[in-house]
Ligand binder design. Structure first.
Ligand code: GDP
Ligand code: MG
Length: 195
């Protein structure tokens, strides 16, 4: 607990570019940064750099704190937004051990990210030595219907295979973002109550 609030350590996992940071930012600060915005003019140098940096995911992971009242019970969410360091095994194992709940994120526009989702689940299970992990699967970029490569059905099937709740989200439109985080807290509480 911190300041009388129960702290929940949440880790966001998924391939680069699926919207992990966008989802996190929408949840904690109700804002959306679209650095693909074609209307940016003169400062294109800066934006080109920013685009590149985000694209190859060179920005370090970041953590955020957010208070929320879920089912009448206050909580402090400590959210780790991971970024492309999956190859640094020691660091990855560290946050997978410390995390109490995980959001695995893929993009409906990116089939490869969908295939990787189950790999992230395996990684967590390997580090935790248990299959009983509070987890929510999210399929982001729901607003990009014309570019959709992964069906809702496929997402649901994967979620039932993983035994976890599933949401199709849009960080751009802030659709189902709170639901995903709140459901994860409920999963953590439910599994804690079972022990
Ligand atoms: P990360 O690498 O997983 O953290 O992905 P980012 O959060 O950096 O997002 C990658 C790109 O996808 C950025 O251009 C975002 O603006 C964009 N993006 C993220 N979420 C959404 C979404 O829900 N809808 C749309 N249209 N774009 C999104
Ligand atoms: Mg990111």
């Amino acid at each position: 607990t911190r300041g009388g609030l129960r702290v929940y350590k949440i880790v966001i996992l998924g391939d680069g570019g699926v919207g992990k940071s966008a989802v996190t930012l929408q949840f904690v600060s109700h804002s959306f940064l679209d650095y693909h915005d074609p209307t940016i003019g003169k400062q294109w140098n800066f934006y080109a750099f920013l685009f590149f940096a985000l694209k190859v995911d060179i920005f370090p992971e970041d953590s955020y704190q957010q208070q929320a009242v879920i089912d009448g019970e206050a909580a402090l969410l400590d959210i780790l937004d991971t970024a492309g360091q999956v190859e640094f095994t020691a660091m990855r194992d560290q946050y997978m051990r410390c995390g109490e709940g995980f959001i695995i994120c893929y993009s409906v526009t990116d089939r490869h990210s969908f295939q990787e989702a189950s790999e992230y689940r395996k990684l967590i299970a390997r580090v935790r030595l248990t299959e009983d992990i509070p987890l929510v699967l999210i399929a982001n970029k729901l607003d990009l219907q014309s570019q959709r490569k992964v069906t809702t059905e496929e997402g649901k099937n994967l979620a039932s295979q993983l035994g976890c709740p599933f949401y199709e989200t849009s960080a751009a439109l802030r659709h189902y973002i709170d639901d995903a985080f709140h459901t994860l807290i409920r999963e953590i509480r439910r599994k804690e109550a079972q022990r």
